[in-house]
Design a protein around this ligand. Sequence first.
Ligand code: A3P
Length: 284
Amino acid sequence: RDELSLQYHGLFLPKETHSQDSLKFAEDFKFEDSDVIAVTFPKSGTVWMQEILPLILNEGDLTPVQTIPNWDRVPWLEETRLALVMDQLKSPRALVTHFLYDLMPASFHQSKAKIIYVMRNPKDVIVSFYYFHQMAAFLEDPGTFDEFLDKFLDGKLAFGKWTDHVKSWRKPELGDRILYITYEEMKEDLPTALRKISRFLGKNLREEVIQKIAENCSFTVMKNNPMSNFSLVPKVYMDSDKSPFLRKGVAGDWKNHFTSEQLSHLNSVITKELDGFTLPWSLN
Ligand code: A3P
């Protein structure tokens, strides 16, 4: 892990995509009031938001999602690509981040930039992260699922503890700057989720536009879009033969991976750490 990661405020971040310069760039980043940033713990629907946001902001125009790779279209605040594409971002700019609230730059707090926090059931996050660690050469080998679960619960993977992340973003002072949404509700009824996001962004889209966006943000269409499925990344970095980035795209795959002991261990650790913070789903 030490070879593959750098440390930042106690978190381990992959060196392949982060550097001291990129983190400094994020610290100095000047948010504008018109910006929108989707915040996720890894594997919670980041790439989905990189598809959804430009489509909503451009009222269904497919050009950005068909011509620009997702990581340049809606860049990560903390990653090295941002400095390279910064000047090409058109207002209103859309970004993503895995940062915890306390890592956000000063200008973010001074701005009225909007935030969409996407939360996914941690059990599916773990499964998705486990396969991602198998396919991404810049992440440590996950070991067995049991070993990986321990690392996840101990906060030893990139971006630390899931519980710290979700709790850090539940900030009443953000008021109507933030929209909370779950991966599961997007999966359950994408058009309704898209209407919710559009309204939040002040976009009143016609129903046919919502339907067009929903179609283009479906798992199958995204999986076949080279600008969104990471097939442009050389295999030495991401090997889709080991596991594709757009892997299964379902809610509940955890049922195929957890033993009942692992489940009760996860439940007790997470419930204790949440300390009364309520989740949109039952963990059982
Ligand atoms: P799985 O590994 O469970 O399939 P992130 O983008 O935050 O890294 O999250 C990746 C997860 O989101 C993967 O989960 C991926 O398949 C899923 N995902 C991406 N786009 C999706 C879509 N359009 N519909 C459903 N799931 C999607």
